[in-house]
Design a protein around this ligand. Structure first.
Ligand SMILES: [Zn+2]
Length: 248
């Protein structure tokens, strides 16, 4: 049996049998791995908390019959502080859920791993009132890496000015003018500031979001638009995001 080592971000754990866990992970190359950690639910488990969701771990894997098998796990970044904070966990759950859903076919962009781990680092060291804008920035950057970078400067249909009261076409993936929005049932009316917020989030580093000082109402509207945009293009339902936008 050949073992191989992979650096991975743990996204989810699922119970298996009496004492095992299935760990869903995003590997550094953007591929999703599902692996069995035998005995991981025993208090004496040699894995300890190293395979908990949101932790970055160097895992040694062996090929199993259906799933891979974790034979060793060495912690890289535990995100322990993040896991002990309720609001941080809710924000991090959106990150993990998104990464799980877009990486399922092993066609994920490899930059998603760095985006995901950096987002968790920034959540862990930020104040709670910044979590919503961090989540919004993660989602729009993640969608861009997944092939859906929204067009925000000009109308996505004709290239002209989008007008005073822009619409956002979920289907076309960008702002539309009145004429181009006609007959497009996926168009959502957005506040004039929302396209600018999305542009700023795409261009800003995650560590610099505080300086943007986006008003909470615009963050909330941006998150609702991103939820609709993701729902339109990513077939799987993201429960963590659904729950998150309800309370922001
Ligand atoms: Zn147009």
């Amino acid at each position: 049996m050949t073992n191989y080592r992979v650096r991975a971000l743990a996204l989810r754990k699922t119970k298996l049998g009496e004492s095992d866990l299935i760990i869903t992970m995003l590997a550094e190359d953007g591929c999703q791995i599902r692996a069995v950690a035998k005995g991981a639910r025993k208090t004496t488990s040699r894995f300890g908390a190293r395979l908990e969701p949101f932790s970055v771990t160097d895992v040694m894997l062996a090929h199993g019959r259906t799933l891979e098998i974790v034979t060793e796990a060495e912690s890289v970044t535990s995100h322990e502080a993040l896991r002990s904070d309720f609001d941080a966990v809710r924000a991090a759950a959106v990150v993990a859920d998104f990464l799980e859903k877009v990486s399922v076919e092993c066609q994920a962009e490899e930059r998603l791993f760095a985006l995901g781990t950096t987002t968790l680092d920034v959540i862990e060291r930020s104040a709670a009132d910044l979590y919503p804008v961090i989540v919004a920035a993660f989602l729009v950057k993640g969608m861009a890496m997944h092939g859906y970078r929204p067009a925000l400067a000009n109308c996505v249909g004709c290239g002209g000015k989008a007008g005073e009261r822009p619409g956002f076409s979920l289907a076309e993936g960008g702002v539309v003018c009145d004429a181009c929005g006609q007959g497009d049932t996926s168009v959502i009316a957005v506040s004039p500031g929302v396209p600018d917020v999305l542009s700023a989030l795409l261009l800003s580093k995650l560590a610099d979001l505080e300086a943007l000082a986006v008003p909470p109402a615009l963050v909330r509207e941006t998150l609702l638009l991103l939820k609709a945009f993701i729902g339109y293009h990513v077939p799987a339902r993201m429960k963590a995001l659904d729950a998150y936008v309800k309370d922001v």
